[in-house]
Write a new protein. Structure first.
Ligand code: SF4
Length: 321
């Protein structure tokens, strides 16, 4: 667990591993996703706008330029003595033929200081040949993360938000990826329409039970031009207050094993696109993070607190037999 935070942050994990700051350079590829092009479904996930692409990035800018500009921006902000991960974030970054994928991942290797790649995808878009390709970079010394969106362990929720994959797809992808030298990160959303605290706990328990190395926890936020915006504006569900989110996020973190790297507990959207909640605007990122940290500190708990309690209980049970 990190010194100041009651959970293992990505920043702390990188510091321990590389002895210096590691900065993610986020890029956007001209890809789409099977949940939009009709292969699995059309319309995409109800919360998704533009493949969750940061508004500053454009897939029409050549990949090399995006990486070079990202590295320059990071050096201006944090100085020369830093390392980089190239983060393929928007849409489904394994959804292309192998030659195209190899070309885009290879591009990261051309830059000095790049120690890893991070590839965001869907759990139903990780065939063996793509996992083999990603593993080939790990075998050459790069740290390779693959990020699978789950969002919730409740299948009814997955149907409601039009994910067009099941919980079983996620479990299958994680188990197959875990047999390779890859690090696995899961994405979840807290506060999805009609979910209860029990749903959040169930999702946390599923994550804790699988060979997962990292987690991104997002508070649900509503973005303009999405199906979810329509449902929200019609009053069909409510969003969590920051206090409610912090409590559920703390519940989640307490269940996570202590070695799972917490990549983020916030979610920010350009104010021009964000409908609500206000705590998901970029200016409130630290306030949201602090609310989660304060909730854990107020309880006197930390990442792994409940996993540890469960393990202690199981140990006692085992000794009893
Ligand atoms: S799978 Fe990803 S890119 Fe595709 S619609 Fe859903 S969130 Fe957007």
């Amino acid at each position: 667990m990190s010194g100041a935070l009651p959970f293992l942050s990505l920043k702390e994990y990188f510091l321990r591993k590389y002895g210096k700051r590691v900065q993610k350079v986020t890029v956007a590829l001209p890809f789409t996703c099977p949940n939009r092009d009709g292969t699995k479904a059309v319309g995409g996930c109800t919360f998704c706008y533009d493949g969750s692409k940061p508004s500053l990035l454009s897939p029409t800018v050549p990949l090399k330029t995006q990486i070079a500009q990202g590295i320059e921006r990071a050096k201006r902000k944090y100085g020369e003595d830093i390392l980089f991960f190239v983060y393929y974030q928007s849409y489904t970054n394994t959804y292309a033929d192998l030659d195209t994928l190899k070309e885009v991942y290879d591009t990261a290797l051309e830059f000095e200081g790049v120690v890893g790649i991070d590839v965001g995808t869907r759990p139903d878009c990780a065939p063996e040949e793509v996992l083999d390709l990603l593993s080939s970079y790990a075998e050459r010394g790069l740290e390779v993360w693959i990020e699978f969106g789950l969002q919730s362990a409740n299948f009814e929720t997955l149907k409601r938000i039009n994910r067009a994959h099941g919980v079983s797809d996620f479990v299958d992808a994680v188990l197959r990826a875990s047999k390779r030298p890859l690090k696995i990160c899961a994405h979840v959303i807290i506060g999805l329409p009609h979910e209860t605290r029990e749903d959040v706990i169930e999702t946390a328990k599923l994550i804790a039970s699988l060979p997962i190395d990292g987690i991104k926890i997002h508070p649900l936020h509503v973005i303009k031009h999405t199906q979810m915006a329509k449902e929200f504006l019609e009053g069909r569900f409510k969003l969590l207050s920051l206090e409610e989110y912090a409590k559920l996020c703390a519940d989640f973190i307490e269940i996570l094993p202590a070695n799972v790297v917490v990549h983020r507990v916030t979610g920010e959207v350009d104010e021009k696109l964000l409908i609500a909640p206000d705590y998901c605007s970029p200016k409130n990122k630290n306030k949201t993070l602090q609310a989660v940290v304060n909730e854990l500190k107020r309880r006197g708990t930390y990442q792994g607190y409940n996993t540890t309690a469960l393990n202690r209980h199981m140990e006692t049970v085992r000794k009893g037999f």
